[in-house]
Design a protein around this ligand. Structure first.
Ligand SMILES: Cc1ncc(COP(=O)(O)O)c(C=O)c1O
Length: 374
């Protein structure tokens, strides 16, 4: 049996696919430290600089005192629930003007739990080809059939709907809003039109947009004023909010269904109360003051040719991508090579993700190093 693992790992190494956990020694604001080397972190989802901000941590702990524990010791449906969970759920429902919200332990838990139970045998899910692994894993666990349409190709999705919708009872369309590895944005207006025309539910994962887009930081649907048209909006607290966990918000009937059927929700210890309190505190106290910084970050992203704060620099081969990261490293930038299976074969890349602390010059200096190598 061990020969099997050895063979797989050797193969990964030969194709520059082998991954290992880095030994970071510290993080603060836009910097990440490896031993005594200080690097600008261009690979973080800490979009608003909240996660590593010592002042914010201190301020929160002063407010929270010893009110919240570090473990819930049980699943929500058992004894792992306290008022703070409901308070955060109510806050999200109010912000999005939705009937009900359910917290999940992470975006991964949310997508696996939702996509595995939202459709049953005889139903169908239509999913963007570049949707996150957690959505794919959820669909794989589902008893429904699923189709993956070419990335953001609404014509192809409609053709698929014309061909397949009639063969199934219920149908769901699922997409990210800001795509995690490409930084482009789904055609949400068209998704809404198609969902209405072909009688489908629409699920939108705003993992990378929640806390970044929109007047109140609710995501791309807020910018487009389409929040009420989406059946389930997913957001994470682990990225812009600098905490941990996720939510799904929508109609009460859907949230009741997920509470009863979503196995990643039912069979896992709920989030630590202190984390739930932190997410709520950030959303209430810090997020409302980020508008200008967020808009500035998005403008820098646009100048670099992206539709968002995520900028993919596509290199192609795995080896060349790893080498480019090394050049950036030697020049004071921390980036990660993104390789298959995270992205399609032949499209290995450096995924730059901006934070509000990173300025235009730092970004363009890094991009020019990549261009020189190419
Ligand atoms: C689109 C998308 N959804 C969900 C997740 C998972 O979220 P979490 O890190 O909270 O598990 C990610 C993670 O990167 C993501 O990119």
């Amino acid at each position: 049996m061990f020969e099997y693992y050895t063979e797989i790992l050797e193969n990964l190494k030969q194709h520059s696919h082998f991954r290992n956990i880095k030994n970071f020694t510290g993080k603060d604001e836009k910097y990440i430290y490896i031993d005594s080397k200080k690097l600008i972190n261009l690979s973080s989802n800490n979009y608003l600089g909240i996660a590593d901000n010592k002042q914010i941590t201190e301020e929160f702990l002063n407010y929270a005192g010893d009110k919240y524990s570090f473990g819930s010791a049980s699943a929500r449906l058992l004894t792992g629930s306290l008022p703070i969970y409901k308070e955060l759920e109510q806050l999200i429902s109010d912000l999005f003007h939705k009937e009900c919200t359910l917290l999940f332990n992470s975006g991964y838990h949310a997508n696996v739990g939702i996509n595995s139970c939202i459709a049953a045998k005889g139903d169908v899910i239509f999913s963007d080809k570049l949707n996150h692994a957690s959505i794919i894993d959820g669909m794989r666990l589902s008893e429904s059939k699923f189709f993956r349409y070419p990335h953001n190709n609404m014509e192809a999705l409609e053709k698929l709907l014309i061909r397949e919708r009639k063969n199934f009872k219920n149908a769901v369309i699922v997409s990210e809003s800001v795509f995690s590895m490409d930084g482009d944005i789904a055609d949400i207006e068209r998704l809404v039109e198609l969902k209405e025309k072909y009688n489908c539910l629409l699920i939108l994962d705003e993992a990378h947009a929640f806390g970044v887009f929109g007047k109140n930081g609710l995501g791309v649907t807020e910018t487009l004023d389409l929040t009420d048209k989406i059946d389930l909006i997913i957001g994470t607290f682990g990225k812009a909010i600098g905490s941990m966990g996720a939510f799904a918000t929508g109609k009460k009937i859907l949230i009741d269904y997920l509470t009863n059927k979503s196995r990643s929700f039912i069979f896992s210890t709920s989030l630590p109360p202190i984390n739930v309190a932190f997410s709520k505190w950030i959303i209430e106290n810090k997020l409302p003051r980020t508008f200008e910084k967020r808009m500035n970050m998005l403008e820098i992203g646009t100048k670099a040719g992206s539709q968002s704060h995520i900028i993919p620099l596509i290199i192609g081969g795995n080896k060349e991508t790893v080498e480019t990261c090394e050049i950036l490293y030697n020049n004071g930038y921390f980036t990660l090579p993104i390789r298959p299976p995270t992205v399609p074969e032949g499209t290995s890349r450096i995924r730059i993700s901006l934070t509000t602390d990173i300025n235009e010059k730092e970004l363009f200096d890094a991009i020019s190093l990549v261009k020189q190598k190419k």
